[in-house]
Design a protein around this ligand. Structure first.
Ligand SMILES: *Cc1c(COP(=O)(O)O)cnc(C)c1O
Length: 393
């Protein structure tokens, strides 16, 4: 985009233009999908030119370039790699930076499949994984060893939404020459900018808010510098991970409406969360935008908004009561994932995926994704399901 004024653009304005180049495609507002494996060359000279832009579909193509640059702009980084899922972006990034004999620190509240990767693949390769309390803050310094090569964060954490003191952790890591990564899926890259707080690699499941319509599987990792980008890209090339052009194209489309969708998700979620807080059936509501949430202060300091994810801890009750509650909800189908337009519920099994801070609660923990429905309808639905819950308590 050519501009005369030098006044910096707002984040929403930037997002509407990021990765777009209508001049390159006959003026089309959105670039074509461009499915490709083969990319052809007109001459031997062109083939042998090391600066030839695209070589092969898997290693980079017009749609991957557009989405990667758009995400790098959104996250304030240098450039990005993409992969077939959020988990693939995570594993590709981690494998690109660690080696046998390293000690790595992962927050205890990470996305459970990330933990499974750590406990199996990383461990099998001779990397020592240690989990830390996500609320550790500056205390991370005491965990650092001579061979610590990576501090991995996820903020807010999965299911319980602990907000990490990212600037504190990133500055300690930087001083010690340790790479930092952060799973930024919760914020969509819009509500929190980890790279500005000193994090090296910001990773996202674009399956969630970026896609926004429960119909794609895509991951992205943005590097802060050219040097870290090169390491990341080499890792992706060696592993052979790449994202499908259709998914990338849908993610580019999703990006344009992400700010309005997330705003509405957050507005609806806050209404539902405030109503849930008053329910006698509930021991705790997890939602950092609530004033009573212990993470509220740090969230307010570092985040510009919230999303539609809430978790509730039901008071201890017979299994039958919990299943009556879940099975009688009409507007919350059971489903993994989040970030789509529709509300969902997913039961959590946190006793199996916490070790630094063991999960000791006995009530059921349920994650609710609050969609774009009318919040009054969602509340009425929850209310009638609570009546069923109470009958079996
Ligand atoms: C869903 C999720 C992922 C993994 O994303 P996929 O695209 O499903 O592989 C990673 N991190 C968090 C926090 C998630 O919720």
């Amino acid at each position: 985009m050519s501009r005369k004024s030098k006044k910096p653009l707002g984040p929403n304005t930037k997002l509407m233009h990021a990765g777009r180049n209508p001049d390159a495609f006959f003026g089309l507002a959105n670039l074509p999908v461009g499915r490709c494996s083969t990319i052809m060359y007109p001459s031997l000279e062109a083939y042998e030119n090391p600066n030839h832009k695209f070589r092969y579909g898997r290693t980079g193509n017009p749609v991957s370039e557009a989405f990667e640059l758009a995400m790098a702009e959104l996250e304030g980084g240098y450039n990005a790699i993409t992969g077939p899922s959020g988990l693939a972006a995570i594993t590709t990034a981690v494998l690109a930076f660690v080696k046998a004999g390293d000690h790595v620190l992962f927050c205890d509240s990470i996305y459970p499949p990330t933990r499974i990767f750590c406990d199996n693949t990383l461990t099998r390769m001779g990397v020592e994984v240690e989990y830390y309390d996500p609320l550790i803050g500056k205390g991370i310094e005491k965990k650092i060893r001579r061979n610590t090569s990576l501090i991995y964060m996820e903020s807010p954490g999965s299911a319980t939404f602990e907000i990490q003191d990212v600037p504190a952790i990133a500055s300690i890591a930087k001083k010690r020459g340790i790479v930092t990564m952060l799973d930024n899926s919760w914020s969509g890259g819009l509500l929190f900018r980890p790279i500005e707080h000193g994090v090296n690699i910001a990773i996202q499941s674009a399956t969630k808010y970026v896609g926004g319509h429960s119909d794609i599987s895509l991951g992205v990792a943005v590097a802060d510098t050219q040097k870290n980008y090169r390491t990341l890209k080499r890792g992706a090339l060696h592993l052979g991970t790449c994202a499908a052009p259709d998914e990338l194209w849908l993610a580019l489309r999703g990006l344009r409406t992400m700010p309005v969708r997330m705003k509405q998700n957050a507005q609806n979620a806050l209404k539902v969360a405030q109503w849930l807080e008053k329910r006698p059936e509930i021991k705790r509501v997890y939602y950092p935008a609530l004033k009573n949430d212990p993470n509220h202060k740090l969230w307010k300091r570092d985040f510009s908004g919230a999303n539609g994810l809430i978790a509730i801890l039901l008071k201890e009750a017979p299994k039958k009561a919990v299943s009556q509650f879940v099975n009688n909800l009409n507007l919350f189908p059971i489903g993994s994932s989040w970030g789509g337009y529709e509300s969902l519920l997913q039961p959590q099994a946190l006793e199996n995926c916490r070790s630094a801070v063991p999960w000791t609660e006995r009530g059921a923990c349920l994650r609710l994704q609050i969609g774009l429905e009318d919040p009054e309808d969602l509340i009425a639905d929850l209310q009638q399901a609570f009546e069923r819950f109470n009958k079996y308590c």
